[in-house]
Design a protein around this ligand. Structure first.
Ligand code: FAD
Length: 386
């Protein structure tokens, strides 16, 4: 088994580091999905001079290690959203997330982005009697919000997914988006250059003083600086979470038919929302298996032995008749806040954004920040902690 990130982007050419002193209106620090989407929105909607610096390469943080499962329910269930925010606010949060997911779809189409984009059903399933009420409650909420949602059990569930593990499931028709998160972000950064913005890779921000950002071989005089470094930000509200992904060897066509995955879907379950899987374009299963096993003794990319063992056990329970091996495994960190709201910290000309917890929320956050910077209205203000 290879303990390395599965995603690659062989055609991507890393840009040179900064080696001079420059000026800009907006300096974005961090080239993950948040920083790159923010740059995209700003570059498209304004003629400001925008510069992005990334200490490593674009998408080398959580973004390029992620599963690329973009769904409406990320860190929180709809029913938990209702508890946290109250009904009205939860409904507008749900709409905002929908909008962010639509934005991703539009950007992929408009910019002709190569990123293995696929629209798939999203399936949320319960695996034990104790979890049935979670699914039923969730379905009651979902059917009021969505037209294309269905609750399936027994034989109907087996038609959706042939596994003995699940008892009931909510099927959201075409609600999930599957992408390769590395190519999505790196290729978007390339596209964004045509709207007139500049990126320097291998260029860390070392420190800043009075509107001057200092990097190892050059300085940047900025109007506003926006930090988009997520789990690396030293912010009391942003907690670092570690999580693990595994990729199997490719399944045969017969194996895919046998588990009813011909029509692809993104599946996650009630027990932990880090149990999830999807079938990728090359017919490999990508499986997310929790944050529990890497929390204590964590190395940046190597998942611990236990994570491998538990993923193998999970796979056996999920599809007992499949005999497939895990081929890749890695771990990564990302930022979340306790109340699941991203943080936007504004201190004069230094802004900081992070803790979104999922890539769809990162896009919502990036759009919000772009609106605020360009003095446009943003109706998602209430979903940010500061
Ligand atoms: C293993 C894993 C699987 C995941 N799966 C999913 C999923 O399927 N779906 C989903 O929605 N979310 C998923 N997530 C969460 C998601 O990846 C993150 O919420 C999101 O990518 C965060 O993006 P970001 O741009 O805010 O941060 P990052 O991607 O971490 O980007 C921050 C960037 O800042 C750079 N940086 C830091 N310090 C400096 C500095 N001083 N100077 C310059 N640059 C700096 C870093 O190098 C990094 O590239 C997953 C996360 C992990 C770890």
């Amino acid at each position: 088994m290879k303990f390395e990130v599965f995603w690659t982007n062989p055609d991507y050419k890393v840009r040179p580091e900064l080696r001079e002193n420059i000026e800009c209106d907006y300096l974005i620090v961090g080239g993950g999905i948040t920083g790159v989407m923010l740059a995209y929105f700003l570059a498209k909607d304004s003629d400001k001079k925008i510069v992005l610096i990334e200490k490593d390469t674009i998408a080398s943080g959580a973004t390029g290690k992620a599963a690329g499962t973009l769904v409406l329910e990320g860190e929180v269930d709809l029913k938990d959203m209702m508890k946290i925010y109250g009904r009205e606010k939860a409904i507008s949060y749900w709409r905002a997330i929908h909008e962010a997911l639509n934005t991703i779809k539009e950007v992929v189409t408009e910019e002709n982005l190569e990123c293995d984009y696929e629209l798939q059903d999203a399936v949320y399933a319960s695996m034990s009697r104790g979890h049935d009420s979670t699914i039923f409650e969730e379905y009651e909420m979902a059917k009021n919000m969505e037209q294309s949602v269905e609750l399936v059990s027994g034989k109907d569930l087996l038609k959706v997914l042939n596994t003995p593990l699940y008892r009931h499931a909510i099927v959201y028709k075409n609600h999930g988006v599957s992408v390769n998160p590395l190519t999505f972000t790196q290729n978007l950064s390339r596209v964004t250059e045509k709207y007139g913005f500049t990126i320097y890779e291998n260029t860390p921000l070392v420190h800043d003083k009075r509107r001057i950002a200092v990097t190892p071989h050059g300085t940047i005089k900025f109007g506003k600086m926006i930090m988009a470094i997520d789990s690396e930000a030293r912010h009391s509200k942003i907690k670092r979470k570690n999580t693990t992904l595994m990729v199997t060897e490719p399944l045969t066509e017969a194996e895919i038919i046998s588990i009813n995955m011909v029509s692809k879907k993104i599946v996650w379950d009630t027990k932990r929302n880090y149990h999830y899987f999807k079938l990728m374009p090359d017919n490999r299963l990508l499986i997310g298996y929790g944050d529990k096993y890497v929390r204590k003794k964590f190395t940046e990319t190597t998942p611990q032995g236990l994570a491998v063992k538990h993923t193998e056990d999970y796979l056996k329970k999920l599809f007992p008749n499949l005999n497939i091996r895990l081929e890749y495994g890695w771990s990564g960190s990302y930022g979340v806040t306790k109340n699941h709201m991203p943080v936007l910290d504004i201190r004069g000309n230094k802004w900081s954004i992070g803790g979104a917890g999922s890539q769809v929320v990162c896009v919502m956050a990036a759009r919000h920040v772009a609106h605020k910077l360009l003095n446009n209205n943003s109706y998602v203000e209430e979903f940010f902690s500061n």
